[in-house]
Each structure stands twice: as C-alpha cells, then as structure tokens.
Design a protein. Sequence first.
Lengths: 622, 342
Amino acid sequence: MAGNAAIDLTSPPRQEVESVVIRFSGDSGDGIQMTGGRFTDTTALAGNDLATFPDFPAEIRAPAGTTYGVSAFQINFGARDIKTSGDAPDILIALNAAALAVEIPDLKPGGVVIVNTGGLTEKNLRKAGFEGNPLEDGTLSNFRVIAIDISKLTMEAVKNSGLKRKDALRCKNLYTLGLVYWMYDRDRQPTIDWLNKRFASHPELAAANVAALNAGHAFGETAEMADGITPYTVAPSHFAPGEYRTVHGAEATAWGLIVGTHLAGVDLVFSSYPITPASGVLHALARLKHFGVITFQAEDEIAAICAAIGASFAGSLGVTSSSGPGMALKTEALGLAISAELPLVVINSQRAGPSTGMPTKTEQSDLFQAVFGRNGDSPLAVLAARSPSDCFEVVIEAVRIATKYMTPVIVLTDTYIANAAEPWLIPDLDRLTPFPVEFRTDPEGFHPYLRDERTLGRAWAVPGTPGLEHRIGALEKDYDTGNISYDPANHQRMTDARGAKISGIADDIPLQAVEVGEESGRLCVVGWGSTYGPIARAVGNLREEGHLVSHIHLRHIWPLPRNLVRLLRGFDKILVPEMNTGQLLTLLRAEALVPAEGLSSVTGKPFRISAIEEAIRLRLGG
Amino acid sequence: MTVVTVPDTMTPKDFASDQEVRWCPGCGDYAILKAVYKTLADVAVPRSDVVFVSGIGCSSRFPYHVSSYGFHTIHGRAPAVATGIKLANPDLSVWVVTGDGDGLSIGGNHMLHVLRRNVDLQILLFNNEIYGLTKGQFSPTSRVGTVSPSTPMGSIDNPVSPVAFALGSGARFAARSVDTMQRHLPMVLKRAHEHRGASFVEIFQNCIVYNDGIFDDFTDKEVADDNQIHLEHAKPLIFGKEGEERGIRLKPGVIELEVVRLGEGGIGVEDLLVHDETNRSLAVMLAAMAPPEFPMALGVLYCDPAPGYETLVRDQIEEAKARTPNGDLNALLREGYTWTVG
Ligand SMILES: Cc1ncc(C[n+]2csc(CCOP(=O)(O)OP(=O)(O)O)c2C)c(N)n1
Ligand code: SF4
Ligand SMILES: [Mg+2]
C-alpha cells in the first residue's frame, strides 16, 4: 500500500479512493478480530482485492485496558490488486486508551483516527501510559481526529434489548463497524445474516448486535460532525472472471490436504498436537470427517508425527503440523521417516522464536531447521507457501512429492499466512491432474527397498498385502535386500541414494520463473514465504519509477529449482529480505556461490514495503 | 505376477523370518519369540495381517524375527506408531514389543495414552529390570540398590510396577507371564490377542548378561510353586505345593490382602478371594503382591473390555458421513460466502 488513500475530509459527497488501509484496535475482549472478519467478508463481496493482518496478544484474556492486551486487525483493500496488508494505516479505530497508545505511532501523518472517548477514562488513560488527555494535549495534532463516545451511543442503541450493561457494551464493535460501513459504502446485509446465524440460539444478542450495527451506520448518515466526515467509495478491483471467496491459510491448508490425498487416491490421517498458530489446520480438518478424514489429537508432537508415520506405513498419508517448539520435538521421528522412506507431510506454521518466542507473532526463521535440522545426512523436501491461498497449491504439491518419492515433505507457512485472509479464485477441482499412488502388490522380486528407477522412491507395500510381508526400521538397510546392514560401502551407497532421490525431485518441479522484471541485470530481490507481498509491491513500485529490478520468489526451498543458480548468477546484486537473520541468504550463498546480501526484519510483524524499497534504492545507488 | 496362496494352517515355524537372531545366547528373548510363534500359529491370523511394532532396545529387535509385517521404530515411540497403523487400518492385528526402558522411561507418556485410549493392540513389555542394549544401566523397573555402570553405589530411585502403571492408566486388559513358561505364556498371549482394545502384558525376561537371575525369587523351579500364583477367572486364589496349599484373602478389618494356609485355624477354600478379572480394585491389589511376603501374580489380572479407540474413530466418521452425505469437494470450497466476477 503506497500511500494513495488521499482522504479529504472536507469535500462531500462520496469521494473515490484507490485503496485504503484500516486498522481496528481495542481490548482483547472488544471483538476486534470478529469485526475485522466481518469487514473482510463484506469488502470481498464488494469486489475489492484485499489482504488482512490479524495481530492479537498471546494471552487469552489479558487484563482489560492494558497495552499488552491490545488486539488489532488491519485490512488493506482497493480497486487495484493488493499485495500486503499495508505498511501504515490510513484510518485507525481505537476503542480504548491502550489501543490508541499502542497503535497511534503507526498511523500515517494526516491519517484519520476514530477514538472512542468512552474508552478514555482516567483509569484507562493512566493504564495506557498517557499523562494527560491525548485529545487535548497535542498528542494527536498530526492526525484528523473523530472523537465519539461509542460506548455511550452503543448503550443507547441497545437499551431496549434487555441485555445486561456489560453485554450491551460489548456491542460497541458492531456500532463501530456500522460507522465504518457507512464511510466505505458497504452493504450491511451479509453481516446481519451472519449475526443472525451466529447467535441463532440467542436472538436477543443477535438483535442487539444488529441494532448497534444499524445505529453506527445511521450515526454516519445523520450526525453532524465537527470537521465533517466524508464518505468514500472504493471501486471494485479488476479480478479475472470466476467464482471467488476469501480464504485463510489454515483453511486453504486443510482443503489442500483433502484435495491432495484425493488426487493421490489415499486416505488422510492428520495427527497433531495443539500449538499456536498451527492449531487452525487441526480444527478445520476435525470438522471435515464426512470426507473420511481421520484427525488425531496426540499426547504430544512426538506421538503426533509417529502416529502419522504409522498411518503412512499402513497405507494412508500421514500428515502432521506444528510450530517452532513442536517442530523441534518432531526432529527424531523425521529422521525415522527419512530412513524408513515413508511419505509424510509436515506443516510448520512458523512463529517468532527461539524456544517459545512470541507465539502469536510471525517470523520465517525455521528454514535451516527444515532443510538441515536433523542428525545424520537426512535430506527431505521443503516447500514454502507465499500467501493464505497459496497454501492450497503448495500442500497439494507436497502430497504429490511425498507419495511419489516416498519422503517426508515439510511445508513452511507462518503466523501471518495462517491467520490472514485474501480473496481466492476457487479452483475447478475437475481440472486438477490426479497423481494416483501405486501400492506394490506383486511379490515377484520384491524387497522393501526396491527403488523405482526414475524417482528412486522405494516400493510402498502395505500391511495386509499377502506375500509382501517385510520389516523396516531406522537401522541402516542393505541396498539390495532391505535387511539390516552395517557394511561400510553400503552405508555410503544408501546415503548417496537418499540424497540423490531428494535432489532428483528438482527434475520434477517447474523451473524457477522471474516474478517480474528481467532475467538478468543489476539487481534481483529473492524471497520466499510470506514476504512475497511486500517484496512484490516494493519491486513493483520501483519499476513504476523506472528502476530495473527483478523479483524471484521461491516455492521450492529444497531441492532448489535446477535453473536457479544460473538465474542468480545473471545479476550483479542479489537482495534477500527475510523475517530471520539470513537463512535463505546463507543457503543461496552456499549453493550458488553468489554475493547475495540480506535484509532482516524480525519484529514479529510482516515486512514493511518501505523498508524493502529503501534497501533496493540503496543498492541501485539512489 | 506371482499368485499368493495363504496356507490354511500355520505352524510356529512359518512365523520365523530369514533374519539371523542376534540376542546373547541364553537371553530370555529367545523363549518369548518361541512362545509368540506358537501363539501366532494358534490364533491363525494370516501373516500378512499381522504387524509387529517396536521401539529401541534388545527386546525391540523382535519384529525382525517374525515373518509378518514389522516396523522397528525409535526409542519409546512404538505405541504412537502403532496407533497410527490402527487408525489407518483397524483390521490389522498389531503387536507392540517394548522394554522396561523403552516403554516406561522414554516412552512412558505414550504408554499411558495408548492404554487410556484403549487402542486395539497387544502390548508386550519385556521386563528385564535393566537397559540391555546400552550395556546394563539400571532401568525404571530396577529395584532400589541395583548396582550398574551408572549407579556404582546402587540405584536410589523407586521402581515402577508395569502392571500397576497400566491399570492406573486405564488399561482394560493387564496380564503377566514369564519368558520360560512355555505353556503359560502362549495362553496369556492368546488371551491378549482375543481381547479387543489395548492388552498389556508384562513378561518377566531374564537378561543373562546384565541382570541374570533377577527374577529367580519366583521363577526358580525350587520356589516357583510357593512364590507364584496362577490366576484363573472365577477360581479361588490358591497357590503352593500340593498338600501345603495356601490362599489369598482379605485381611479382616482392613483393605489389604494376606496369605493364609489352607486348613490352618479352620480356614477353607470358601474363605479365600475368588479371582474376578473384571474387578479393577482386586487387580490393583494383586499387581502389588511380590515375594517374599506374597506370591507373584501371573496370568490375566484384569480384563474388562470396552470399545477400541480405532472403532470409535471410525464410528464418528460414519456418523459424520450419515449427517452430511455426498462429501463433495467442489461444494466444500464454496461453503460460506462466494461471489462471481464477470
Ligand atoms: C532417543 C534415544 N535415546 C537413547 C537411546 C539409547 N538406548 C537404546 S535402547 C535403550 C534402553 C533399552 O532398554 P529397554 O527398553 O529396557 O530394552 P532392553 O534392551 O532391556 O530390552 C537406550 C537408552 C536411543 N536409541 N534413542
Ligand atoms: S543384553 Fe541382555 S537383554 Fe540384551 S540380548 Fe543380551 S541377554 Fe538379552
Ligand atoms: Mg530392559
């Protein structure tokens, strides 16, 4: 989002803007995430492209009014295509003093801040660290301030609902949403339908929330505001024709697993242990049992991956998912899957580390762990999704590689991808190419480590098949029989075979394309994972200014695409922005022997477009 | 394509694999292997439907020597791998082989959960009260004072009783036998196989190298009659040499067992406790008995079946399918709000 939401508060009527970044913020108990979710759906229905960024505290119920209990939801939407959730908001909604204190530094100069004065009590202001009243002491002098007592107006709007004071006050997020709907000319009906469905068993709650929504909207239409709020319109974006929906990363991952195993013709056993931000996939799949999906909440991450390995041994596709600390626990069993050469998909929704780190904050610092982090020479395939909807395709690709090559595949997503939403052109499943697995059934010449000549994948012979009884394990196997072997030359041969199998996958994946720009030149920005959005926008902006800069984005982290080294060597300079301290950077320098430079950001938040733009400019010499 | 014919009757020999057995000569594992072969031949499940899953340890080498399917996994994790196998294919007959270290130290957590979930597995815990494979360190079942390379002054940790642990974890089947008891052990294994749900069997196994004779106090021929009681459902708890029979009864006035001599002080069989496999409290008390004060209880201490976990999992899937028939993937992707462009 490049600062083009030129908001002018004085010129009615509706003014057209190309894109806008709105951030809703309040206490964890204020329903900010729900408000953001409703605004997202409505905005998608209005035909805008969008990207969201939910940012909430790790505490389930942080003490009210504290700065660490602030929950925020940012959405960037527009008539043009949207690549990120936006650097800085154009409009900030702050439902209490703490939210105002935490979020105001991010607001664009000249931006609009809607403050709930009902949330600025003496006590709240002090808790938030304000010495005076920010509405009066010049704190907000750089911004256009709309100060409304949303708390009081909400109470009035729902006074006939019969709700207790506390419950009534909780409708203030819907009041706020109504006001923002008015500002951006959004249809309230989908939200009203949603509320009626959500609170079907509590009609009084549904009615109160709808009343608050309508009152907020009416306030916008009728109230005279000191500096006059002008409503805006944002024209629909130019989408390719087709049927769309919004999708979160966790959903897209779950659906990709179901569709992928369907294309492979195997059953799905999904085995996991709850951890933020990975649990969403478990939750999504647990609701899809009618597709025959088995979900298993194990006693820990070790049991989760081991059960998945057992399921794969028995002829289903075992899938497990986790995040940082849980991934660490799975390490030994990953080695087992590598040695036993069984298909396995492992989804890592990365979060800020090390150790417990910042559970609800995003980072992409598990690349080394995924590619290298096991004892012994233990290669496996690693893929990375770039956005919520991309998880769908990447997961299907992981299922394909795992079953075809009899190998574990790690899929890297992150907190941002897992929680964020974006519009998605729903794929036509009938047009996806199936990749059916062939279980071994013929005993003639069989041994468990019999390899397919092309893929080097071993035969998948499943218990229950007469004549193929065999024993496997994590001790080294003889190349020619699959029996235990300590033979020195055999270990070399098996180590080489395991390595060759994984590097051979490079012949079975697309060549690396250049996202935008020339195939060689002065500067190339290389990214992976969720930095896709900010890099694409930064490169796009600079190209619009006439700079020659290219963007390469990796889906296949290991093995790397065959042509990548050649591509990289065609650039004088290579910049690798990452939400870690240089992991892909190190990998590329080692593999391609190129003098790539890193740009690191580990703030727990997505990269800022401006930071990448600045790094590019520096390297282009101004 | 070779046509596979499954013989109608299997002999113990048919279950031997072609892999050389590498346990120390005289190791109790050989005897257990023999008893397992006999059991498999008796229960007559096709070899191709049998899976042996193990962790790491001397005992965990077991699957290599059975001609069925087998998976030698990683230390302590066999119950979790076996759970996955059962989730994928509930029709398989899955046996877990583990050691006292594998199953109760590194894998204690998985053991607890596989038992409480009641996954339909036969779990054979070879208890030799020592870490065999790593050369003789004390284990979680070693008695206090065990001198080992890591406890030169004797171990000081209290041991855990495998069967008591299993019962505490909610196991619905718990039994005990001894490696060398070649009639008793196959009988117990057969019961374990018949039982649907998790069947936990502790097998006292002699490690001739690092802990030789540790169970002699009740397995030695000289003392076996006096120091073993063979449990049979609905039969009174009697043991001891002929003519010198003794029995187990509830001590009057307290919730405790005691050994009484039959005929002494007018005590008759009718005064003894009658074994009831479905009585968990009794099983817990029997599990706690140990020589010299008590005989070691062998046989099926507890058996009170309940539906297996994998069955309940499948039931939920069937229920979900009945509630939402025709699981259409295209419809799944279109759930909730969608909109059309162009
Ligand atoms: C993660 C891990 N830690 C440690 C070991 C080393 N180790 C192998 S077997 C074993 C103990 C085995 O004892 P037990 O389960 O009683 O089996 P036994 O050899 O006595 O049959 C240990 C500590 C290992 N293989 N893996
Ligand atoms: S070390 Fe003990 S348990 Fe292991 S094979 Fe030798 S005798 Fe058996
Ligand atoms: Mg042992």
